[in-house]
Design a protein around this ligand. Structure first.
Ligand SMILES: Nc1nc2c(ncn2[C@@H]2O[C@H](COP(=O)(O)OP(=O)(O)OP(=O)(O)O)[C@@H](O)[C@H]2O)c(=O)[nH]1
Ligand SMILES: [Mg+2]
Length: 365
């Protein structure tokens, strides 16, 4: 990574120098206002990855992606483009950061932002909230947060897809979340024909657990660790109203998109994938997860192990990174009363009061 500092009479002038020298692929790391003999100016620290800069330097230079040689996968995968767009937005946010002056907010708004900071909400979310609040000192913070992390509770009357695919890192609670949501559906609609599919390639004991609860609860059970077996499930899908598919955690550098393609689960309006997550990963791990699991079928986030967390900023950070709604919240290791379709007020009580969804129900009773 090549890092360099540029100065100009204002932001535009400094940016023009960055572009002229480092090209369009330059990443803005920091901006600050500086004083020199000639008055006020702007200083920008920018970086460029030499591997990406080869064909993109200076005016009129074509990007390395357009250049000779094989086009990178980025050109073909819309999820990569979404990632790239978020990256650009992050750079724009970095430009705005020096203007973050808490005195522009009302005391209540300031307290809320400080609280979110302590909850380990990342700078990009804080900036977005700050800019929205700054426009109106009377504005309450919750509607702003709702636009960052909307909820769309997991219930089949809202989620109209037949196939629901549960994906996520190893051990986060994918299988248990799937069972609990399938059982909730069975309880709500006893006549619904529900099938649970173990697609974990025999890696974990999840297969046995799924089969056990399927047998006990009148759910159909299938195993489909390969594309051929998944084809069989797809062929008989008309027999079922809902099909829940339990995927294994991805290994190495595999991506969800590749894994779904290998299983023959390609884009289909009848399918939705849900990313199951626990709130104990580091920021860089979340960024990696967001990248590896991004795909067009991915449509919601399910948070588990909330009962084991001591801060909940990750819920907002991942909502921003993935731009996906939260569909379910899990807050206990057992089968009963430990998962709830997500609702906004649940999320805010969790974040601002550390009240778990189960306890909220008890309090309301
Ligand atoms: N405390 C707590 N434990 C949970 C929660 N959800 C799941 N667990 C526990 O997490 C462990 C792993 O759950 P699984 O459902 O097997 O996780 P998985 O993601 O399917 O795991 P692999 O298939 O091995 O990748 C089990 O012991 C669950 O009881 C939760 O909300 N809170
Ligand atoms: Mg499992």
């Amino acid at each position: 990574m090549h890092v360099k500092t540029f100065r100009g009479s204002d932001v535009q002038a400094a940016l023009a120098r960055v572009k002229a020298e480092l090209g369009e692929d330059a990443i803005i790391l920091n901006t600050k206002t500086v004083r020199s003999g000639s008055g006020k100016g702007c200083e920008i620290t920018a970086a460029i990855d030499p591997r990406s800069s080869a064909g993109s330097k200076g005016k009129g230079g074509s990007s390395s992606r357009d250049g000779a040689g094989s086009p990178q996968q980025l050109d073909e995968n819309p999820a990569d483009w979404a990632c790239e767009w978020r990256h650009i937005k992050d750079q724009l946010m970095a430009l705005v950061k020096p203007q973050l002056n808490m005195d522009d907010l009302s005391p209540r708004q300031r307290v809320a932002i400080k609280y979110l900071e302590r909850e380990e909400v990342d700078m990009q979310v804080l900036l977005r909230v700050f800019l929205d609040l700054k426009a109106n000192p009377e504005r309450p913070i919750l509607p702003v947060l709702e636009s960052v992390a909307p909820c769309y509770g997991f219930e089949s009357k809202k989620w109209l897809q037949k196939f629901h695919i549960f994906a996520g890192p190893h051990g986060v609670g994918k299988t248990l979340s799937l069972i609990r949501l399938a059982l909730r559906e069975k309880q709500a609609r006893p006549k619904a024909r529900i099938c649970v599919v173990a697609a974990d390639q025999g890696q974990g004991k999840g297969r046995l657990v799924l089969r056990h609860y399927a047998d006990l609860s009148g759910l159909a059970f299938r195993e489909a660790g390969s594309a051929e077996e998944m084809q069989e499930v797809l062929k008989e899908s008309s027999k079922f109203d809902l099909i829940f598919i339990d995927l294994p955690g991805l290994s190495g550098s595999a991506t969800l998109s590749e894994h779904l393609t290998d299983l023959g689960l390609t884009d289909n309006r009848e399918m939705a994938a849900h990313l199951v997550l626990a709130p104990y990963f580091s920021a860089s791990q979340y960024a990696q997860i967001a990248k590896r699991y991004a795909c067009t079928l991915l449509q919601s986030l399910i948070w588990t192990k909330l009962d084991e967390a001591c801060s909940f900023g990750a819920l907002l950070n991942m909502a921003r990174l993935t731009e996906l709604p939260v569909s379910a919240l899990s807050f206990g290791p057992g089968l009963k009363n430990s998962i709830a379709p997500a609702q906004s007020d649940m999320l805010w009580r969790l974040i601002f009061k550390h009240t778990l969804p189960g306890h909220q129900a008890e309090q309301a009773a």
